[in-house]
Design a protein around this ligand. Sequence first.
Ligand SMILES: Nc1nc2c(ncn2[C@@H]2O[C@H](COP(=O)(O)OP(=O)(O)O)[C@@H](O)[C@H]2O)c(=O)[nH]1
Ligand SMILES: [Mg+2]
Ligand SMILES: [Zn+2]
Length: 357
Amino acid sequence: MSAELLALGLDATTADYLATLPGAAELVPGRVARVDKGLSTILTEDGPVRATWSGGLLAAIAADSQATPCTGDWVALRRWPDDRVTVESLAPRRSAIVRAEVGGSSRGQVLAANVDVVAIVVGLEPEPNISRIERFLALAWESGARPVVVLTKADLVVDADSIAEDVATAAPGAEVLVCSATTGEGLDAVSALLDENATLALLGVSGAGKSSLVNALAGVELLDVQAIREDGKGRHTSVRRELIVLPQGGVVIDTPGLRGIGLQESGEGLAAAFPDITALVERCKFTDCAHATEPGCAVQAALEDGALPVRRYESWQKLQREAAFMARRTDLRLQRETKKQWIRQTKEHRRDNKPRL
Ligand SMILES: Nc1nc2c(ncn2[C@@H]2O[C@H](COP(=O)(O)OP(=O)(O)O)[C@@H](O)[C@H]2O)c(=O)[nH]1
Ligand SMILES: [Mg+2]
Ligand SMILES: [Zn+2]
């Protein structure tokens, strides 16, 4: 494995996958930095290249939209004699941040792949929305990467540490860091998340301070920071997500500001984000307890004695309903797909078994 690929965050499993592909000798490994409608920018040991999808990859995408390469993916490239470059193969992802697609298909949209740490970036001013942090945490836990909460703009408040304590109660199992991109306070701890060429993805709403944080970590202006428009009516927003290799090592993926994020159906991320409630539910007297008026409900008891804040319970309930809705939608899609496949097979069977005339 070359030093250049290590700096891009290549891990042993992925390196092995890429090296053992059929015809690997003619293929070039690379990491997706950005995708614009089928034309992607891929970082290789010899610098960035622009590439399109190969026929084989297009077929895989037609069968499953999640096979579309996204920022952070590792791929194998082929250089053609006419200098075109195509993405031949997509390496399995070791983690993926997937949000539910708004409307339409029930397939999730992959925001970033092969991430080690997901930083949920939240400005300390205006006051953080704790329920939104819980939602981001569920998405982050679901990804398979390690979630942390980065509270930024510490220079704008006097009680950063007490806000951080509140946030920590909503983020069991996740580290909560306080920093300022403006003064540099607390940046060392954020920087440490990038040790050993780790890949750090930043999630957060537009205006949270993600791009400023990347610039502060890099020590140079790599990304556009939102300027507040002079008429005060809104801001121009960056829509491009980018993969940035920091000069001191480590890779940052700056996702677009997410206004709303839908949850995927599995509910595993939700259980990981709410281990306190998951533990209570296991202690309810009835296994199908709806935590409303049932006797022996551990959730209701925790709400009554104040061990479980009502806000946190309501936030969990809302996300829980959403995940259940997504699960039903996925079931419907799978049913339809199975039916389509059955019809196709029946037709093929009929064609293959036509009586001879
Ligand atoms: N005072 C202060 N302002 C910040 C800090 N970080 C970002 N900002 C401001 O917050 C606004 C949004 O920042 P930006 O990095 O573009 O947010 P993004 O949309 O999440 O990428 C800009 O006006 C920044 O100047 C900080 O640490 N302190
Ligand atoms: Mg930005
Ligand atoms: Zn209960």
